[in-house]
Design a protein around this ligand. Structure first.
Ligand SMILES: [Zn+2]
Ligand SMILES: [Zn+2]
Length: 295
């Protein structure tokens, strides 16, 4: 991975799956970990979600050596928080970690929800073991000024138990994270389209194929067809299909990718450890590198 420069914006995907990790021979190429993104905007580093991919992400950040980190959570379903107890920097007293949660189910706080997960006998280590790590609240839909000084936009998404999408703009480049989200609510669809308008890279929850979706209406996920339609409507350069069903094999994702690229040559399918680097809104990493075997 190239060093991030002052004027570049990069996204590294540490987990691509929805629902549950899916390791095994059929998922080696696209990866089996659940949601975790690392975003670097010039000198700022932030993480979005701590699914199972957060374990490797934390180790990579520790190797790089940082003393401050903001982690934004989209929501508190297990596939987006299960890696937090295994995120090494949250226990490291030399690293200040801010955990940001907003737009949660009525009457609950992010801290209480994480405490429920990290409590014996469900999990042996309680949140009191976290070190130099702080729970921060924000109002979903509002901009958030992070501990690192960067301001990130947020929007409310259509998902059971609520969810937040994020948009990071940096020196003429932009990335939006739209997961987990179901299309079909006209008011929210319009708000999401406005939120991602003109963005260079859009991660989008396309867990179900068109043929599968009718069985899962109301489950809170969308389709590749809607990803491309939204990209066309909102002027998104590069939609990236994300939140792969745990049963979606590498071969099935290859076929999906071929179909998407035929319709929109800049479309991509999220792959574990893929890094997309932008400068002035242009992709400057070699796209082939994104499809090399994971390290
Ligand atoms: Zn999910
Ligand atoms: Zn979810």
């Amino acid at each position: 991975m190239a060093e991030t420069e002052e004027d570049t914006l990069s996204l590294t995907i540490w987990g691509v799956r929805g629902s549950i990790p899916a390791p095994g021979r059929a998922t080696v190429r696209y990866g089996g970990e659940t949601t975790c993104f690392e975003v670097r905007a010039g000198p700022h580093t932030l993480v979005i979600d701590c699914g199972s991919g957060a374990r490797a992400c934390g180790r990579a950040l520790a190797r790089r050596g940082i003393d401050q980190l903001d982690i934004l959570f989209t929501h508190t379903h297990m596939d987006h928080i299960c890696g937090l107890p295994f995120f090494c920097l949250a226990y490291d007293p030399t690293v200040e970690v801010n955990l940001w949660g907003g737009h949660l189910p009525e009457g609950s706080t992010f801290e209480e929800i994480v405490e429920r997960m990290m409590s014996p006998p469900i999990f042996p280590v309680a949140t009191s073991a976290l070190n130099n790590t702080y729970f921060r609240r924000f109002h979903g839909g509002d901009p958030i000024t992070l501990g690192c000084g960067l301001t990130v936009s947020s929007t409310r998404l259509n998902h059971p138990g609520n969810c937040c999408g994020y948009r990071i703009d940096w020196r003429g480049s932009s990335i939006a994270i739209i997961t987990d989200h179901e299309h079909g609510n006209p008011k929210m669809d319009a708000a999401v389209a406005a939120f991602v308008a003109g963005v260079d890279v859009m991660i989008y929850d396309a867990m179900y194929l068109d043929t599968e979706y009718p069985r899962f209406v109301g489950w809170g996920h969308s389709t590749p067809t809607h990803a491309l339609a939204l990209a066309a409507k909102a002027g998104v350069t590069m939609p990236v299909i994300f939140h792969h069903d745990p049963d979606r094999t590498d071969d099935a994702l290859d076929a999906l990718r071929a179909d998407l690229v035929r319709q929109m040559p800049t479309a991509e399918v999220a792959r574990e450890r893929m890094t997309i680097t932008l400068r002035n809104g242009e992709r400057i990493d070699a796209p082939e590198a994104a499809f090399a075997a994971p390290a």
